[in-house]
Design a protein around this ligand. Structure first.
Ligand code: JFZ
Length: 473
């Protein structure tokens, strides 16, 4: 081929561009480029204040979805809605007008906040999240900014006040679920407002949202934080600056306030993670009915898993179908969450009379029974630094490792691997009764990690998951 200067320059340029492209890509994947953001994350890394330390140690939480959607309970005029029961208003087989009249029947005469709080305490719950207002816009507190609240229902009384009082009295911290989506407010819209009229109305909706949040913080000073939802609309995403300012105001009213990552977007429209890859606000709310596999998946952030007992029902669904999780399924999910530095929050959907259904009561009681014996493996513990093992999950606090066993090996020997720099185990006992177990030295791996085998006693049947405490030097 003939010598061609132009071609050579072109080739050089392509190579330079390629190298530049690849480096910036690697850079971006590290989550660290220097893009200055006005409304991105305002902090890098986790919060280290007392409130957040407290949040981190909760281990187990309770979610409650309750509202007028509990009245149809997923069934309308004999037909069953297959989606999540709290979404029934969006179903074309139910008219919005009819749904919006349901509050006139909301009269939970059996509601007993103390009974709920007592049950939650027995279950071992350390925090709870309550739906103050779901997408339908119905407020479970007598908001002075709305006439679609519990005050206009036949029940009349403030439900939120009773919840806050009862749970606080049991030593359980209360958090407020609050939906940005509000199907009842005339100014609410999913799409970015375009006409002047739309803009004016949306401004009214924004003011309304702000007023309600202020009202909630001022009227219920016990509340520790917000669990925001329904923030995925384009109209809301477009309000990055305004929402950021609002978040700051809320934090000023309540120093230490905990806000999840599902509140606001950055100025590029990124939700949860800003343009630089940093998590917005205090903890990751992405783990909804889903668990991370490995520690790397949570990117060093605080996080919580919210879980339903059936597949996808948050509000009361009269007719649970499909697979319903067992208490041991849920305990395993909880231990998995804690072993990856997260909290686990289990959802309950009380019925329209105000009662928690028997299936949920039974699960709460079973989990509570287990927690009474094994709670030490849950509260204030976290990632162990040890390799995952098929027999179960490992959590750790200081020099105690908690081995939660869900699958007993036929060999009766629980394999564990300690990194070579870690302190070695000297004592193994059952958490339930302190009975000792034999630790067998399993030698070293090629990489000089130390192997151990904890031998389970013979002739025992294992009917439920159990915990072994390993103490190190
Ligand atoms: C939302 C609500 O729509 C639902 O009714 C319930 O309250 C739940 C806790 O939150 O549902 C979502 C929200 C986000 C995701 C999935 C379901 N998500 O990010 O995958």
């Amino acid at each position: 081929m003939k010598y061609n200067f132009k071609n050579l320059i072109r080739k050089r340029c392509t190579i330079i561009l390629l190298v530049w492209g690849i480096t910036s890509l690697i850079h971006a994947q590290n989550g660290r480029h220097s893009l200055p953001l006005k409304h991105g994350a305002h902090r890098i890394g986790v919060r280290t204040d007392e409130q957040m330390e407290n949040w981190r140690g909760y281990g187990l939480g309770q979610f409650i979805h309750w509202g007028v959607y509990s009245i149809p309970g997923g069934i309308w005029k004999g037909q069953e809605y297959t989606g999540a029961a709290e979404w029934i208003r969006s179903w074309d087989k139910m008219s919005k007008e009819e749904y919006d009249q349901l509050y006139k029947q909301f009269d939970p005469t059996e509601f007993d906040a103390q009974a709920w709080a007592w049950q939650a305490r027995e279950m071992g719950v350390r925090y709870m999240i309550f739906t103050t207002k779901h997408h339908d816009g119905f407020c479970l507190w007598p908001s002075r900014y709305s006439d679609y609240t519990v005050a206009q229902s036949p029940y009349k009384r403030d439900i939120l006040r009773q919840i806050v009082d009862a749970y606080t009295a049991e030593g359980i911290d209360v958090y407020f679920y609050f939906s940005i989506i509000d199907w009842n407010h005339p100014g609410y819209r999913p799409a970015v407002p375009e006409t002047e009229e739309q803009k004016t109305k949306y401004e009214l909706f924004k003011t309304y949202t702000r007023n309600q949040l202020m009202e909630l913080l001022n009227s219920y000073p016990e509340a520790k934080g917000f669990w925001f939802d329904g923030s995925w609309d384009k109209a809301w995403i477009n309000e990055a600056e305004w929402a950021d300012k609002l978040g700051k105001e809320l934090r000023e009213i309540r120093p230490g306030l905990v806000i999840g990552s599902r509140f606001r977007a950055d100025e590029y429209g990124n939700r949860r993670y800003d343009q630089n890859g940093d998590m917005i606000d205090d903890y990751d709310q992405a783990w909804e009915r889903e668990l991370p596999d490995r520690l790397e998946d949570v990117l060093g952030n605080d996080w919580e898993c919210v879980m339903t007992i059936p597949e996808n029902q948050w509000g009361y669904q009269a007719n649970w179908r499909g697979y319903v999780k067992t208490p041991y399924d849920l305990i395993e999910m909880m231990m998995k969450s804690i072993s990856l530095n997260g909290n686990f929050v289990l959802n309950f959907g009380p019925d329209p009379s105000g009662k928690i259904r028997p299936e949920e009561c039974e699960i709460a009681a079973e989990i509570g029974k287990w927690m009474k014996v094994n709670g030490e493996a849950v509260y204030g513990t976290g990632y162990s630094g040890l390799k995952d093992q098929g027999w179960g999950l490992i959590t750790r606090k200081e020099n105690y490792y908690y081995l939660s066993v869900f699958n007993v090996p036929i060999s009766r020997k629980l394999h564990i691997e300690f990194p070579k720099e870690a302190k070695k185990p000297v004592k193994a006992t059952f958490l339930s009764n302190g009975d000792p177990l034999k630790i067998i030295d399993g030698g070293q791996t090629k990489k000089r990690n130390s192997l151990f085998k904890i031998e389970l006693p013979e002739n025992r049947s294992w009917e439920e998951p159990f915990v072994i405490v390993l103490e190190t030097e």
